[in-house]
Ligand binder design. Structure first.
Ligand code: SF4
Length: 391
């Protein structure tokens, strides 16, 4: 990787070795990434990350028209950052969508809204048999045959395997046979075992989580990968997470995109944790540092860094599009998991024209995409605002 002279000068003036290594695409240690996060000036990180984002993506910024489905909110895993779940002892207060209903909603979204992707996740409910998941996949694929079904995080796959007495490989085999196309990246939280155990003690370990992605990739299933930040983590934990993801990507090449997820405190137990209170909200510049460092630390490994508007908020997501992100996520019609904790009503999702607007004002050539980043022309005009003429 040959950075331009101006960028080399900027990075060398900053005097951060990790950053200098990153802009040359060198191998990075946890220490290198941590140093970038802690010490590099944000304007230098932004310049480097934005330069490479536009170069790698040839100036094309994207979004997807997608539907969000959560099949159940009943969950035994009780993550401290989650406002979405209902524990099994209060099952009557929760919900479980039968496969026919999931198929019906998917069909409506496919036929009326033209969704290219159905993103489906749910709680860990020990009472659901393997056949429920297979049937859900089949019904959705029958109703929306041209949409990509991206469903079940590695956490869910690990749970389904244990709850139904199958191996991970058997679960994936059966879901792929039913029609599963890709896996979402949720459930990663922070892939630094100590912090992960504190915020999600009942989740599978970080090793198990990565192993499930490894198995899926080797079976030909692509996946995304997320990272939950702005809770009790320190820069070293973020650095460890990113370096572990980078190493797995070097091995399998199976990750499609990296998705930083800001923690939304809501009324969650984690929001009351003394370590969270001590660190506070950390403000929007922390989000921008995370996005920029992710772009630089994953350079040459993962080309797509997402500004996930649902967790970051619309304005910050727009700003992230000039700090290393090349994608603003999707319409996410019907999103319910993060919306619950953020106390914002976002279930209507965001219109494609609004997503295209955010990309355009950030200087990208806006295009629609599918799950695998195949690009398509926009379906309509990008709305123009008077101040856009000055850009
Ligand atoms: S984040 Fe997922 S696994 Fe954790 S409690 Fe919420 S629904 Fe359950």
């Amino acid at each position: 990787m040959e950075p331009p002279r101006w960028l080399e000068d900027l990075a060398s003036e900053a005097g951060v070795i990790g950053l200098e290594r990153a802009i040359h695409g060198d191998d990075l240690s946890i220490r290198d990434v941590e140093e970038m996060l802690r010490e590099a000036p944000l304007h230098v990180l932004a310049a480097a990350a934005d330069y490479y984002a536009r170069k790698v993506k040839n100036g094309v910024g994207s979004y997807i028209v997608n539907l969000y489905l959560a099949y159940t909110n009943v969950c035994v895993t009780r993550c401290t950052f989650c406002d979405f779940y209902v524990p099994p002892e209060r099952r009557s207060k929760g919900y479980l969508h039968p496969p026919e209903r999931l198929g019906k909603v998917a069909g409506l979204a496919y036929n009326r809204l033209g969704v290219r992707e159905i993103h489906m996740v749910g709680g860990n409910d020990p009472e659901l048999p393997m056949e429920y998941y297979e049937e859900a996949v089949k019904r959705i694929k029958e109703a929306a045959p041209g949409a990509v079904l991206k469903a079940f995080t590695a956490e869910e796959i690990g749970f389904i395997a244990k709850a139904t007495g199958n191996s991970v490989r058997e679960v994936l085999d059966r879901l792929i046979a039913a029609g599963l196309d890709a896996m979402p990246g949720g459930g990663a939280e922070i892939l630094s075992e100590d912090v992960r155990r504190r915020i999600a003690p009942l989740k599978i370990s970080s090793d198990e989580f990565l192993e499930i992605h490894r198995i899926a990739h080797k079976m030909g299933l692509k996946s995304n990968i997320t990272m939950l930040y702005a809770h009790i983590e320190d820069p070293v934990h973020v650095a460890e997470h990113i370096v572990r993801v980078r190493k797995l990507q070097e091995e399998t090449g199976g990750f499609i995109s990296f998705i930083p997820l800001r923690f939304n405190p809501g009324k969650t137990p984690l929001s009351r944790h003394p370590d969270y209170r001590k660190r506070g909200d950390r403000g929007g510049l922390y989000d921008l540092r995370i996005v920029a460092v992710a772009r630089l630390a994953l350079l040459g490994r993962i080309d797509n860094i997402m500004a996930y508007w649902i967790s970051m908020g619309e304005k910050l997501a727009q700003a992230a599009l000039s700090h290393g992100a090349n994608d603003i996520g999707g319409t996410f019609y019907n999103e319910s998991v993060i919306s619950k904790a953020s106390r914002l009503e976002k279930r209507k999702g965001m219109k494609p024209s609004r997503l295209a607007y955010h990309l355009t004002v950030a200087g990208w050539k806006a295009m629609e995409r599918d799950t695998f980043y195949n690009y398509y022309q926009l379906r309509g005009e990008v709305p123009r605002h008077p101040w856009m003429h000055t850009i």
